[in-house]
Design a protein around this ligand. Structure first.
Ligand code: DQA
Length: 142
């Protein structure tokens, strides 16, 4: 199982940025714990503050990887181009937000990405990335 995690703008500052909203942990420490928990999965990580680089990464992995977990940060609320990239690729994408965007400012309530993603995980802190992995790897048959 090849899983790509993609984080967008300002998420390089996790552990430093607005800790009351995003928590104390930096992403690399969290990523180590995820890799430790799921040793049999190949988990890759990419972060960029640039919209075009996020799109390039979606194109690069989107025909080959089994799963993409995307937190596009503020581009979630603005980017038709990232939504189009998700539509263009074959790999399913789960949208993650660390904070519960629906408890926050109105401009965070709309996502251009949700309608083209497999699903959305919002408001569970960093644990949302683990929940996203579980959604790909351990679904209960219905
Ligand atoms: C975020 C929520 C966005 O509204 C914000 O712009 C972010 C982080 C989250 O993970 O909660 O940068 O995607």
């Amino acid at each position: 199982m090849k899983i790509q995690i993609i984080n967008g703008p300002n998420l390089n500052l996790l552990g430093v940025r607005e800790k009351s909203i995003y928590g104390d942990s930096d992403f690399n420490t969290y990523l180590d714990s995820l890799k430790h928990r799921y040793p049999s999965y190949e988990i890759s990580y990419f972060q960029s503050n640039k919209e075009g680089e996020l799109i390039d990464k979606l194109h690069e992995v989107g025909f080959d990887y089994d799963a993409i977990i995307l937190n596009a940060g503020a581009y979630t609320h603005t980017s038709v181009a990232i939504a189009d990239a998700i539509s263009a690729i074959n790999t399913p994408v789960v949208e993650v937000h660390i904070s519960n965007v629906h408890k926050r400012e109105a401009f965070r309530h709309h996502s251009y990405l949700s309608a083209v993603c497999k699903g959305i995980i919002v408001g569970f802190g960093l644990d949302g990335y683990r929940l996203a992995i579980e959604s790909f790897t351990a679904p209960v048959q219905q």
